[in-house]
Design a protein around this ligand. Structure first.
Ligand SMILES: Cc1cc2nc3c(=O)[nH]c(=O)nc-3n(C[C@H](O)[C@H](O)[C@H](O)COP(=O)(O)OP(=O)(O)OC[C@H]3O[C@@H](n4cnc5c(N)ncnc54)[C@H](O)[C@@H]3O)c2cc1C
Length: 402
């Protein structure tokens, strides 16, 4: 164990804080209210090399791990950009991990260098309206053609950034039966508008980054666009899902930090009954509790990130042979970090709103935006209930309820 500040990490924090200082809360509020993607911010982050930080150096990226990716997204969220800023980047940052781990060389050469430069926007299409959390029930279908290529038809829901993205990491059924994870296959498909109908979903928050319904109508996909092995897609996306949970935990902690910063400043300056409201323990104790819970969640997120990176290095040294023990333990750490961070972030944002009184509900004070964005992590990318199910069964060995 080493809790000393790592000089490389300190540089990342300072570098990202510097870029983010050019984009204040007013910028983010306007992006949210106008439903506009934060292009200026995205370009500034890409120019700084932050978008490609986790892509291997041989493909033009920074070659860093999920720990460093988590630091980047934590600072973005903590700047006040919250989910509007961090989810503008996060899919390029980690989303191509299954391609890095399992993709063929042609796929890596074609897409990773562009992602590293920030030129390639990537979406992630797993959730379907009729399957919900039960991914084994997805019905979007890939059918092999006589030439060995594929045609994909079906319907996905909530595909974030589908409007801006050129490609989508798409999980489809190519065999097996509904209810089974065998027979699911992963492709990196073009979101070709001739075959894909994309419609944004009107939602409560994070309005700078749209999430969409996507209808795939006989989308042609060449065979080399398959990621990894046919029928092993679910196992492959786990190498995207665990990092995603760790990064989401880091983002949630960042939102909580931004909310707490505003709450503390307001509690010091706002006077009612002739004294600052922060002198009342009904105000100060929940803020202190929020601070402690965010610290604990952040420590858990860093532990999960560190463990993931260690396991990745060990597996690479072993020639990518997976260790079952390792895969289970990272799943538990990533889920625990995401659960704790989602709770801590929402509690902090809710207390920030309470501290502001009526003004907490006014757009001008920004905490209502943090509150709306902190709420998402309790639902997605995995709900809190499913996280508890995972820990109950995998961590405690309790019987499955589903
Ligand atoms: C803003 C946003 C962005 C998103 N972006 C993406 C994206 O880019 N790509 C993508 O593929 N998906 C995305 N999603 C989808 C997200 O991953 C799902 O919404 C989430 O996994 C929950 O699935 P569901 O909405 O179908 O809920 P359901 O599966 O319908 O569940 C409904 C409720 O029932 C509970 N429940 C269900 N089964 C059980 C059980 N056995 N035990 C206890 N509780 C249970 C759930 O916890 C939940 O509270 C996004 C969602 C949102 C809100």
């Amino acid at each position: 164990m080493d809790f000393a500040i790592n000089p490389n990490h300190q540089l990342i924090v300072e570098g990202v804080d510097l870029v983010c200082s050019g984009f204040d809360d007013t910028y983010w509020s306007q992006c949210d209210q106008n439903h506009t993607f934060p292009w200026d911010f995205y370009r500034a982050m890409a120019e700084g090399g932050w978008v490609g930080i986790c892509i291997p150096e041989q493909y033009g990226g920074g070659g860093q791990g999920i720990t460093e990716g988590a630091l980047v997204l934590n600072r973005v969220a903590a700047s006040g950009a919250a989910m509007n800023g961090s989810t503008a980047l996060h899919l390029t940052l980690f989303g191509l991990n299954p391609v890095v781990r399992f993709g063929n060389e042609r796929l890596k050469e074609a897409f990773l260098p562009r992602a590293a430069k920030g030129d390639l926007h990537v979406a992630f299409g797993v959730t379907e309206p009729d399957a919900g959390t039960d991914t084994s029930r997805i019905s979007t279908r890939g059918t092999k053609t006589s030439t060995g290529d594929w045609v994909i038809s079906g319907r996905k829901i909530w595909t974030s950034k589908a409007l801006e993205s050129e490609v989508c990491l798409l999980l489809v059924r190519t065999g097996g039966h509904p209810g089974s994870f065998d027979g699911l296959t992963l492709f990196l498909v073009d979101l070709d508008k001739r075959y894909c109908d994309i419609a944004p979903i009107s939602k409560a928050g994070r309005n700078a980054v749209a999430s969409c319904e996507v209808f795939y109508d006989e989308l042609p996909v060449e065979a080399w666009r398959m990621v990894g092995e046919q029928g092993q897609g679910f196992r492959h996306i786990l190498h995207g899902l665990n990092p995603e949970r760790i990064l989401l935990a880091a983002m949630a902690c960042g939102i909580g930090e931004a909310a707490l910063r505003r709450a503390v400043a307001y509690a010091k300056e706002r006077e009612v009954f002739g004294r600052p409201i922060g002198a009342n323990q009904a105000i100060s104790h929940p803020l202190a509790k929020a601070h402690m819970e965010l610290e604990a969640a952040w420590t858990m997120a860093m532990r999960a990130a560190w463990t993931y990176d260690q396991q990745t290095n060990d597996q690479q040294n072993l020639g990518n042979k997976r260790t079952t023990k390792g895969d289970d333990s990272i799943g538990q750490l990533a889920n625990t970090a995401k659960y704790l961070a989602a709770e801590a972030s929402y509690f902090a944002a809710d207390q920030a709103m309470q501290t502001h009184g009526g003004l907490g509900y006014a757009v001008e004070y920004h905490v209502e935006r943090y509150w709306r964005e902190a709420r998402i992590q309790r639902l997605a990318p995995i709900s809190q209930e499913m996280t508890l199910n995972y820990i109950a069964t995998k961590g405690l060995g309790l019987p499955r309820s589903y």
